[in-house]
Design a protein around this ligand. Structure first.
Ligand code: ATP
Length: 202
């Protein structure tokens, strides 16, 4: 499972459709200050399910939509498409039935975000789990922000453990365990309520 292309449309400074072709090996992005290098990395995080506006250097999620300049009006939506080469069929089950996977995230002003996987509507959670199971994703330690190395050095042991878990490819399991625990709690509460009702009827 290899990322092969990132397409941005109306995302931050990338107002016109722009393709970043990711070849095998190392890809470097160079350019003057403010040309949009960090925006590219943020687009990658965003399409993988990032939901914290602060991680996108914004106050709200709609801040990723092109805000307009003196010469161009603002856009109403932003879209990022991540193309994944899946010829080796390493994508997790549910996604691994095609040679190529296209994950699309689109945000429209006042209407929120929607995701698609090969034209099929999917939930944010499905996309987040896809990348978590593949040991990558919006929080992957492989995506290094400016200042992140200093943060890592000063991090508490619990945060460092999360990075190791991510690298070991078990963060998807932790997410599932957390969700299972929440469902268990809800079921226990329902059972307690049923007991109350039975007691009243007795
Ligand atoms: P540096 O080398 O200084 O870190 P960079 O190449 O990483 O810069 P970015 O930080 O990715 O550049 O891009 C910043 C540019 O993106 C700024 O010009 C900013 O105005 C523009 N930008 C950010 N959000 C939006 C938006 N919603 N609409 C339009 N432009 C935006």
């Amino acid at each position: 499972m290899r990322f092969s292309r990132l397409r941005l449309n109306g995302f931050k400074s990338f107002v016109d459709p722009t393709d970043l072709v990711i070849h095998e090996g190392l890809t470097g992005v160079v350019g003057p200050n403010g040309c949009g290098k960090s925006n590219l990395l943020e687009a990658l995080r965003w399409v993988m399910g990032e939901n914290r506006p602060t991680a996108m250097r914004g106050g709200g999620m709609e801040d990723v939509i092109f805000a307009g300049t003196a010469t161009r009006s603002a856009r109403h939506f932003a879209e990022v498409v991540l193309t994944i080469d899946n010829q080796d069929r390493l994508a997790p089950s549910g996604f691994n039935d095609a040679d190529q996977l296209e994950i699309v995230r689109r945000i429209t002003r006042d209407a929120g975000s929607a995701y698609k996987a090969n034209t099929r509507d999917v939930r944010a959670r499905d996309v987040q789990m896809l990348f978590a199971d593949a040991s990558t994703g919006a929080h992957s330690p492989a995506l290094v922000r400016q200042g992140q190395i200093a943060e890592l050095i000063n991090a508490k042991p619990k945060s460092r453990r999360r990075i190791l878990e991510e690298a070991a490819g078990i963060s998807g399991l932790y997410q599932r365990r957390h969700e299972a625990e929440l469902r268990l709690q809800a079921t226990e509460q329902n059972l307690a309520r049923v007991d109350d009702v039975l007691e009243q009827l007795a």
